[in-house]
Design a protein around this ligand. Structure first.
Ligand code: ATP
Ligand code: MG
Length: 260
């Protein structure tokens, strides 16, 4: 793709699109991935393509809950790995948790392809410098992040067929799960198993957004970068009101006319 000048107002969006196109062309994404991405873009436009205040609070809350969890896990799909894999590896290293590739439309080829992309992202994150505020052996810590998903030996009860497959050491035993861009059905199933489900979803009205324990209404790559910062210095609110958080996102959208 031709170089996009830094001054282009749609640069971040165009670059994200190109990442999606490139990933699709090597078979890393399900056919519906572009539709999901387009729906996300539309909401992001209405939010002003920035991290709104209520999303920043949700990010702090999610980072703190991950840090306090007994068995945290980060569950990723294709769009998430392609757009935010690097920062989610940083987050997993800081929190000390595995990353599980878990797909709605599961195929062994895509799981394998995404695990190898994550493996190369892990290598490059390990070779880069630690985030500011981190002390300790960064490289060793990053390389110790388990990448799960190739051999699902557990299940999410309440779901039928391949969608129920997961890993025992990942989603099955997790008490807190960060699952960006989850589907509504699976979010509900995970909640009814008593897990805390932390999601990133630009659509504050999706079933996922409404059912989750903590909903970060933000674009996944922006949210992942902020989650890294928050996990380095976690602080949790005493009471989390997720409905209020969704209402604030909706009110930003309904005030979008003020952007004109
Ligand atoms: P649900 O299943 O929760 O009712 P849905 O069926 O409408 O939602 P899905 O296709 O299951 O939607 O999931 C895609 C969701 O991910 C959409 O709500 C979309 O807004 C959101 N999304 C897409 N791309 C991004 C992104 N880059 N960052 C954050 N959210 C995104
Ligand atoms: Mg859905």
């Amino acid at each position: 793709m031709a170089e996009i000048p830094d001054s282009h107002p749609r640069k971040a969006s165009l670059m994200a699109r190109q990442k999606m196109v490139d990933a699709a062309s090597i078979g890393l994404l399900a056919e519906s991935a572009m539709i999901a991405h387009g729906r996300g873009e539309a909401y992001d436009y209405l939010l002003g393509e920035r991290t709104i205040e209520s999303a920043s609070l949700a990010i702090s809350e999610a980072a703190a809950r991950l840090s306090e969890a007994q068995n945290p896990v980060i569950s990723v799909n294709g769009n998430t790995v392609v757009l935010a894999g690097d920062d989610l590896i940083r987050l997993a290293a800081i929190v000390g948790c595995p990353i599980e590739v878990n797909l709605y439309y599961r195929t062994d080829e895509r799981i394998g392809g995404l695990l190898s992309l994550l493996d190369s992202q892990r290598e490059s994150v390990a070779s880069g410098g630690p985030p500011e505020g981190w002390s300790g052996n960064w490289r060793e810590r990053v390389l110790s992040v388990p990448l799960l998903g190739s051999e699902p030996d557990g299940s999410i009860s309440g779901l039928a067929g391949p969608r129920s497959l997961c890993c025992k050491d990942g989603i099955e035993r997790a008490d807190v799960i960060l699952v960006p861009l989850e589907d509504g059905d699976r979010c509900e199933a995970l909640i009814s198993l008593g897990k805390q489900v932390l999601v990133v979803d630009l659509n504050p009205l999706s079933r996922t957004a409404r059912n989750a324990t903590v909903t970060i209404v933000d674009e996944v790559s922006r949210a992942a970068a902020e989650l890294v910062n928050s996990a380095l210095d976690p602080s949790r609110s005493t009471e989390w009101d997720n409905e209020q958080c969704l209402r604030e996102a909706l009110s930003v959208i309904s005030d979008a006319g003020s952007l004109i």
